[in-house]
Design a protein around this ligand. Sequence first.
Ligand code: FES
Ligand SMILES: [Fe+2]
Length: 394
Amino acid sequence: MSREALIEMARRNLAHLRAGTVDQADDVYRVPAENYHEPERWRREMDAIFKRLPLVLGFSCELREPGAYRAMVVAETPILLTRTGSGEIRGFLNVCSHRGARVVTEGTGRAKRFTCPYHAWSFDNEGALVGIYKGDQFGEVDRDCLGLTPIPVGERAGLIFGNLDPNATLDLDTFLCGYDALLEHHGFDTCTLVGRQEVAGPNWKVAYDGYLDLYHLPILHRETFGGDFPNDALYDAFGPHQRVSGPNPYYEKLASKPEAEWKTAHLLSGIWTIFPHISIADFDAGLKLYMVSQLFPGATPDESVTVQNFLAASEPDEEQREKIDAMMGFLLGVVRDEDYYTGNRIQLNVKTGAKQTFLFGRNELGGQRFHRWVDTLLETPDSELEKRFERGLD
Ligand code: FES
Ligand SMILES: [Fe+2]
């Protein structure tokens, strides 16, 4: 069924290609410039979006073996992901139940047991408190209630989703709106994580706008990769999650064959975004190389951090490794020196109050849909959240 959806998207793409048309929203959309920096608004976005929705926290392939773990800080929240002995992914707040130390130092590794560096309480990789140092002197406590605090987690399409808020209740499948069945075709679960690097950027929405935007490619990126890029865009939406692609001349070649012979791998072009913070692009480094960008808000409305994760379709040989390193350097430079260089200056500009409103044109439908979802979620109470994802935007 998901292959059928990809074929339907390819048909739609081909129809636009032949007609010389693109997706068009009904109208130009206006976003108040203050939405990009106003602290109270930003705080509401953190609560209604980043704390309530499942985020992509990692990749199945980096925690493949039982006992594997990864500790990290995401949007100021310390998180521990583990793969248990039975092969399940678990997630916790990386905060000791004794007096709040970070139990596991940031990084990856394998361990069945984690010992807090402060007073040596220890926890197993299912979060249970399994040891209190000098427990006989400590006094009576209920060990069963003193494990690491679990967060909701789930694996779909080789991605590890998790909520920063342990009390979040939104069902992962309801949130994904069926989009994961399409992401599955990328084969992330059988990829290898070959690199990871970070780049600092502006307000998370200034940064994310750029990932939904083909309009700027031949302009801002003309000196690097965008010179010959067409900037017409088509959007396929599954709830708030959007695939952004250009009318693809390759589909004319496909069209000469029966649809049953179209290779699924040839139907996956474009940028695949996962609301509210993921962008997936693929490159050729002598093998298929995915860049999965995880965009996290920083400590203030004016900052964000993007983690660029590189997943290769197979274990790279030496020559491919060199190409991957070169590609990683190139993509870091493009995002830092072009996208976020521009974004950081937009961030300074919005604070001058010189412009009240930002505009999203009729073909900037991806940005329009993104901002509508952000605004809608700010107004959606917890009790309505599930329904909102089932129903879509009004
Ligand atoms: S804070 Fe972890 S053992 Fe004391
Ligand atoms: Fe860009």
